[in-house]
Design a protein around this ligand. Sequence first.
Ligand SMILES: [Zn+2]
Length: 219
Amino acid sequence: MKIDELCSEVFELAKQLGPDGLAHGAQGNISACDRESGLVAVTPSAIPYRVMKPDDIVVTDMFGKVIKGKWTPTTEIKMHTIFFRERLDVNAVVHTHAPYASVFAITNEQIPPVLTEAASCLTGPVPLAPYRAPGSAELAQIVLETIGSGVAVLLAHHGLLTVGQSLAEAYDSTLAAENTARLVIWARSMGSKEITLDPEIQTEVRQSYITYYHPVANE
Ligand SMILES: [Zn+2]
């Protein structure tokens, strides 16, 4: 996919963060990598989503060096580009301060896999990366290490990060993590204890999602 198309996709998703309850102001950041050219489309630093325009999206190389654009990229650029260099299966990164998921980031807990949605889009519990300073190379490194081969990770006292082969995949994982966190909090507010999905069922659901969940045209 050409980098201009990726810039448009990053912009459209960034505008969706507010309506989906995932961010306010300029919090969070989104990026996507065009493997062919080695270029990265990424949200700019400190521009609120409500006033963001398509040409505010920045193009960098895989080390965060600006190639095109009038703004500096997100201050979390290191946490994005490290995935494009180190995980060849990852072409998109979504970082938010999603409020329900972030509750787990302040109680030092994983988000448990309690929904089929979580099994489909998250591949298991969402682990928690220890605190490191926002924007630092140390944060990028610990996030990469903690997520392993998974698709979602909590950042202690900070927020959530998801990755995917595409922006749509990474964004679906963010929505799944936030929805799972919300329902677990609601279950606990009823005085109940959530029940984790059996690992075998998680694997089955994930496999079925990968194999069958895509649009199918009528015959
Ligand atoms: Zn952040």
